[in-house]
Structures are given as C-alpha cells and as structure tokens.
Design a protein around this ligand. Structure first.
Ligand code: ZN
Length: 409
C-alpha cells in the first residue's frame, strides 16, 4: 500500500491549498454559495479544467462544468461540491472536484480518449449554509429546483435569484441546467469520509454502498412548572427529567438496533430558571440508517419508548417530523468497478455506508452513482482541523483514474 512518489496527490494538495485561499473571510475558509469568493473560485476551477483539456461553462445556478473528449452519447460525470460551511476545512467537497480535474488532466497528458464524454461538475450549494436551500446545484440538474425556490432569502435578505444575478448568472435560465437521465451514464464522486472508520482500520480508501436515509424531528414534552422548593418529588411533572429519560431511550434503541444511528443535538427548556421545575422541554431527533425499514422500525421503537416513559410520568409529548429522506443505494456495478480500481492502486477494498448526505444522492435520480471515500484525520470535517495526507490524495486520484479507465457505459 505504498504510493511511488505521490506526485498526483501532491499536485492535488497544492491545488486544494490554493482553492482554500478563495474565502469570504480573511482568516478562515468560508465559501458560501454565490459569494464573491465562490465566483472567483469558479474562475480558478475553469482555468484548471481548461488546462486539463476540458471545454468549460458555468450553468445558470453556478455549477462549473468541464467536458473532456469529443465522444457523443451519455457522459460519465465526475464531481463534488466547492461551496463550504463557515470556518470550513479544505477538503470537504473540494477534494472530489480537484481529484476529478486531476484524473482528467492525467488522461489529457497521456492523450487518452474514451468512447464516452467525461463531464467534471463542481456543484454549488451542497452545504445549504447561505440560503434555506440545499444541494441547489445537483438538484437543478435533476430538475428538482422550482422557480419559487429562487425566491428564498439569505440572512441579509438577498434572494437566490438576486445572488445569481450578481454572480453574472441568469436565474430565468434555470431550466437549461436540467440534464436528461439518458444524457448521463453514471456519476462518480470522491469525498472525504467525514467519519473515523477508515482511519481506525488503517485504510486510505473505502467504497460507499449507499447514503443513509434520515428523519429529522422535533419532540416536545409538556409537564407542569412549579417551585423548586415547595413541590414534593412525588408530585412533580418535570418536563426536563422526562425528556432526559426519553433522550437516553433514543440512545438505547440505536445501540440495540444494528445499522441505526440516532442523535439528540438540541435541547431547550422552559422556563429555564434554576429554582423552577421545568414545565416544558423540547429536543431535536435525528435518526439515520442505510436501510429505510431499519430507520422506520427504529422510529417506531423510539415512539413506543417515549409513550411508555410519558405515561409512567403522566406527561404529554408530541413529535413533529420536519424532514424525511430515504436512503440511496450505490450502483452494484459501480461498486464492483470501484473495488477493482482501488485494488489496482494497491488498496484492499472496504465497503462502508455514508451517514452524511452528498450530491450523489441527488444524482441518483438521474443515473447510477458510485462514491469513493478518502480517510480523513480523526474523522473530523466541517472544521478547519479537517486533514488528509498527500499519499491518500494520491490513492484517491489514481483510483479514480483506474475507475474511469475500466468504465463501460
Ligand atoms: Zn461535502
């Protein structure tokens, strides 16, 4: 598992460092969708794509698209996103874009041609940080962005439509972004793992089997507020103590059910005073699984536990489901292709599920999708501490090269 000189990886790392310089803030990386630094980074990406022998364009929602080769027919699309969260790391999304350009650049240098066109797409708005939207770039390709979505506004009151116009794009040309399923043969995305599994097993790369489905809910528990000194313990209806028991039940259900993860990340309490028994507690609930049936069973078990706890404590509760997305499976043939590509660069293939969402889950509406994960230090992401090694970047680029070479539409 040694990379000879890691030259492709080192070159990719240099570009990732250069790309990190395109930021909305001076001392940290924040590249929000359609910001001035996003537009400047688009130009930089186009330049690199053109050096790699691609013809480039920016579509109406700000996706940067490069095409390699004169072949006609359905394209093999390689890509990821280049918008970031606030105070981001350098690799989330950007690695997949740079790796795709590096792979095509390698083919260009060798004079390699393919019987199918290769498109590299750098998507925007995967992170969904600036506007109350997410994955606008890939969703526009899949025809899932409605003109109304462009009226959504950021924290400064700027609409997506206005931001597109100030970026020099034409919001009325939204429909021109749409790609037909018959136009795309497959989609391959390289991405940092954003989790600790590959690092723990000392593996540079993994092959993604699917992207977990997710349910996001808000739970509210109603008790009775009262004086912390005068109400005897046996007569209390403490909403926070009840919520605490419910939160532990969430953890227990997820522990007991294989392939299920569940998280409570936000808790709020009212009236929120040290000398008042809480009369109300609300908390978030995030439940994910690669198997939709497991997620549904998990949710049912969580609801049953909530009911039992609240009945015993004589409390009321209700759950509002805010958002629900089914799991997306990666294509079996592309997983085999990626296994073989990874093996060819000297890495034993290891399959794993993605707990985080990616553009690939939207692209799955249009074409079979595959993803290769790259080990990241400590599994850390959405954080300036995000880190990968040049050797692992090299494995990633070379595996992508092998996958493209072995691909048949
Ligand atoms: Zn990402």
């Amino acid at each position: 598992m040694t990379a000879p000189q890691a030259t492709l990886g080192l070159a990719a790392m240099e570009r990732l460092q250069a790309l990190a310089g395109f930021s909305d803030e001076p001392d940290r990386l924040t590249r929000l969708y359609l910001s001035p630094s996003y537009v400047a980074a688009s130009d930089r990406l186009r330049g690199w794509m053109e050096e790699a022998g691609m013809r480039t364009r920016v579509d109406a929602v700000g996706n940067v698209i490069g095409r390699y080769g004169d072949a006609t027919g359905p394209a093999l699309v390689l890509g990821s996103h280049f918008d970031t969260v606030r105070n981001a790391g350098w690799y989330d999304g950007n690695l997949g874009v740079i790796a795709a350009i590096a792979a095509v650049g390698f083919f260009h240098t060798k004079g390699d041609t393919f019987p199918f066109p290769i498109d590299v797409i750098a998507f925007g708005d995967e992170e969904g940080v600036r506007f109350p939207t997410t994955m606008t770039g890939s969703r526009a390709l899949a025809g899932l962005v409605a003109p109304d979505d462009l009226d959504k506004r950021d924290g400064d009151g700027v609409s997506v439509r206005e931001a597109l116009a100030s970026a020099g794009l034409d919001p009325d040309a939204l429909a021109t972004c749409v790609r037909a399923a018959s136009d795309i043969a497959a989609y391959l995305e390289v991405h940092i793992e954003q989790g600790p599994v590959l690092e723990r097993e000392n593996r540079p790369l993994g092959i993604v089997t699917g992207i977990a489905g997710a349910t996001r809910a808000r739970v509210e528990v109603t008790g009775i507020a009262g004086h912390a000194g005068t109400v005897p313990m046996a007569m209390r209806h403490d909403a926070l103590a009840c919520a605490a028991e419910m939160i532990l039940a969430v953890e227990t259900v997820a522990h007991e059910k294989p392939k299920l993860v569940a998280t409570v990340g936000v808790v709020d309490v009212r009236p929120k005073a040290a000398n008042v028994i809480p009369g109300f507690a609300g908390f978030s609930l995030d439940v994910r699984s690669e198997k939709d049936v497991v997620r549904e069973e998990g949710l049912a078990a969580i609801r049953a536990a909530f009911r039992a706890i609240c009945e015993r404590r004589h409390m009321g509760f209700h759950i509002d489901i805010a958002h629900s997305a089914n799991a997306v499976q990666c294509d079996a043939r592309l997983m085999d292709l990626c296994d073989e590509a990874v093996r060819r660069v000297g890495v034993a293939p290891r399959r794993l599920v993605s707990g985080a969402g990616h553009d690939a889950m939207i692209m799955a509406r249009l074409a079979p999708v595959g993803m290769i994960f790259v080990r990241c230090r400590g599994g850390i992401s959405h954080n300036p501490l995000e880190s990968i090694s040049p050797e692992d970047a090299d494995f990633a680029v070379r595996a992508l090269i092998e996958a493209v070479r072995a691909f048949r539409p």
